[in-house]
Structure formats: structure tokens, C-alpha cells
Design a protein around this ligand. Structure first.
Ligand SMILES: NC(=O)c1ccc[n+]([C@@H]2O[C@H](COP(=O)([O-])OP(=O)(O)OC[C@H]3O[C@@H](n4cnc5c(N)ncnc54)[C@H](OP(=O)(O)O)[C@@H]3O)[C@@H](O)[C@H]2O)c1
Length: 320
């Protein structure tokens, strides 16, 4: 089968289409013929080598979420899955391929009305958005800032915060056009990437959900209100300065909190329950999924170039 691997860490040209044997489902796994493959910010972070310290090596087959039809099951898995269309989390590898395997605990049947592309735009990121707001102890009426809101995690976070009664949903984004699209999804205030946004933007927020990290993270810690909670969910802008915690100590008397959040720490059944509910919302049109573009799997390099160029709003989806 065709698959896309990282030949060399760095720019998108380091990705290569290769022929590899189709995976065989191990006990407890299913195999899918993929119909939609999500291209996530995490794939670009792995491709650049940012996560090399976490064990990612060159030769890595990228991709963590797909949708498709189950074609085979491993030992111990109910054979009635065969032929069903499902969303699947493949781990942090194995998705950019014509066939992929996933643990049966990490698949979810697609409801009628939800396309495979919709499912991979929402399946992983929606859960992060939900539990990041939960980790931030977000309550109706509070002010929320979503940093890096134009990606699939941010787009869902904006919608959930607005739907759940946030008093303010501010976002950072890189252009007025992207800001207008975020307003249509529920954002009330638009800031640039440095956090500047004009006189009507609140000076401080109860909750900051940050997909970006990077050198400017301390500027956004300064935007926490007293008792404010900051939840870092991503590092698309790289790692923050090593001494960023001093900003919190400097604000000691304002009772500030900083947390990282990874959906890996949420029990699988809880993730699946939220995902199932969000898929139903999306199928009814109560939650919007944003697919920026659908490209052939063989054009994974182009998909990553578009991500690196900052063109993508929402999620790029590859099809085999
Ligand atoms: N916590 C978890 O459980 C979990 C799970 C999966 C993934 N992740 C992490 O989440 C991140 C990917 O999320 P995503 O797919 O939603 O993000 P994304 O689409 O890659 O990026 C979100 C937005 O951030 C802005 N941005 C990009 N680079 C930036 C920079 N250098 N400085 C400031 N803004 C920048 C861009 O919007 P503008 O151009 O409009 O500013 C971009 O659209 C990765 O770090 C991944 O590791 C976390």
C-alpha cells in the first residue's frame, strides 16, 4: 500500500510516498481502508523534529486520525465491525496510508450525515477542546482567550465556549479575514498573534487556552486576570522560554494557574463519550467542522507546505 513517511526532519520536502506492506490487525485491533486522513498540527510538529526528544525518529509514518471502512479485525474483536464506517485514532503514527490499524477502543462508528472528512476534522481536536475548557474550570459568564484559534482545536474551543455561555470569546489569529471567520463561529474579539486587538478588548481573561506556546507565551500569561487559569494544549509555535514560570511567580498575589493538558490523560471511555456526543452535534449541524481542503495522499508534501505557509484554516484532509 502507499504511505507517507518522514525521510528527513525539517521542511515538508522531507516527506516521501513509499510502498509498505499493509498492516495486519493485532489482537484487539481493527484494520480500515482509509477514506479520509486528518492532517493535524501535531503532524507538522513531529515532521519538524520538535518532538524528537519524545522518541520520534526519521522513517516515522505520520498520521493519527483517519476515517474509513473496517476491512479486518484482530483476535478478540467482534467481526460485526467489518464493513462499518468508523473514525479511528491510530496513535501518533500510521494514519497517512491507504490502510491503517487502530485499537477497537479507539474507533467510533460514524453517524449518518457525518462525512469522513468532518470526522477527522473533529474527532481528535474536539475532545481536546472540551477537556481543556474543563481543565480550566471554565464557567458560564467568564472571559476566554483562545490563542491559535484558527486550527481545528481552536475552532471547536471557540464554539464550545460561546455555546456554554462565555461572556467574551477572544481569539488570536493572523489576519482580519481569518478573524471574520472566527467571529462567524462565535468569537467576540479578534487579537493579532502578539495579543494586540484594540481598545474594546479586555485587558485580562479568566481562561486562556493556548495551542501555540513558543517564545511569546509569557506575554499571554500576563493576560490572566486574578484567579485566571491558563491551559497549554499545543506547541505549534515551538517551546516557550525555559524561565516562563517566573511570570507566574511575579504575579503570585493574583493566584494564577498554569496547566498543560493532554487528552492522553483522559480515560478512553470518557473521550469516546464526548466524541460521540460531538459527532452527533456535528451531524445535526449544531457544531461546525471546518475542512480547509481535501488533497490526494500523494500530495502530503503540498498539504504540509500549506500548513507551514499559514494558509490553512481548520484542517486539511488527505484521501488515498
Ligand atoms: N493537548 C492535546 O491533547 C493535543 C492533542 C492533539 C494535538 N495537540 C497539539 O495541538 C497542536 C495542533 O493544534 P491545531 O491542529 O489546532 O493547530 P494548527 O492548526 O497547527 O495551528 C493553529 C493556529 O495557530 C496559529 N499559529 C501557527 N503558528 C503560529 C506561531 N508560530 N505563532 C502564533 N500563532 C501560530 C495559526 O493561526 P493564525 O495564522 O491565524 O495565527 C494556526 O492556524 C500541536 O501542538 C499538537 O501537538 C494537542
Amino acid at each position: 500500500m502507499k504511505a507517507v513517511v518522514i525521510k528527513a526532519f525539517g521542511d515538508p520536502d522531507g516527506l516521501e510516498v513509499v510502498d509498505v506492506p499493509a498492516p495486519v490487525p493485532a489482537p484487539g485491533q481493527v484494520r480500515l481502508a482509509t477514506e479520509a486522513i486528518g492532517v493535524g498540527g501535531v503532524d507538522a510538529v513531529i515532521r519538524r523534529g520538535t518532538l524528537a526528544a519524545y522518541g520520534f525518529r526519521e522513517g516515522h509514518l505520520l498520521g493519527s486520525e483517519v476515517a474509513g471502512s473496517v476491512t479486518a479485525v484482530g483476535e478478540g474483536v467482534d467481526a460485526s465491525w467489518i464493513g462499518r464506517r468508523v473514525w479511528a485514532f491510530t496513535g501518533l503514527s500510521g494514519g497517512y496510508a491507504e490502510q491503517a490499524v487502530a485499537s477497537v477502543e479507539d474507533i467510533l462508528a460514524l453517524p449518518d450525515g457525518l462525512t469522513g472528512a468532518d470526522a477527522v476534522a473533529l474527532g481528535g481536536s474536539g475532545v481536546v477542546a472540551h477537556f481543556a475548557l474543563d481543565r480550566a474550570r471554565f464557567r458560564p459568564g467568564e472571559t476566554v482567550l483562545v490563542r491559535g484559534a484558527a486550527g481545528s482545536i481552536g475552532i471547536t474551543t471557540v464554539q464550545l465556549a460561546a455555546r456554554d455561555g462565555a461572556g467574551v470569546v477572544a481569539v488570536t489569529t493572523s489576519s482580519a479575514e481569518r478573524g471574520a471567520r472566527l467571529r462567524a463561529l462565535g468569537a467576540t474579539h479578534v487579537l493579532d498573534r502578539s495579543g494586540e486587538g484594540g481598545p474594546d478588548v479586555p485587558a485580562a481573561f479568566d481562561v486562556v487556552i493556548d495551542v501555540v506556546g513558543g517564545p511569546q507565551l509569557p506575554l499571554f500569561l500576563d493576560k490572566l486576570d486574578s484567579n485566571g487559569r491558563y491551559v497549554a494544549v499545543g506547541v505549534v509555535g515551538g517551546q516557550p522560554p525555559a524561565d516562563f514560570g517566573m511570570r507566574l511567580m511575579d504575579g503570585f498575589r493574583r493566584s494564577l494557574s498554569f496547566a498543560t493538558f493532554s487528552s492522553d490523560t483522559v480515560p478512553g471511555p470518557d473521550r469516546q463519550a464526548v466524541r460521540s456526543s460531538q459527532f452527533a452535534d456535528a451531524a445535526r449541524g449544531d457544531l461546525r467542522t471546518v475542512v480547509h481542503e481535501v488533497l490526494p495522499l500523494a500530495q502530503a508534501v503540498l498539504a504540509h507546505r500549506k500548513m507551514d505557509a499559514g494558509e490553512v484554516f481548520g484542517r486539511v484532509v488527505l484521501v488515498p
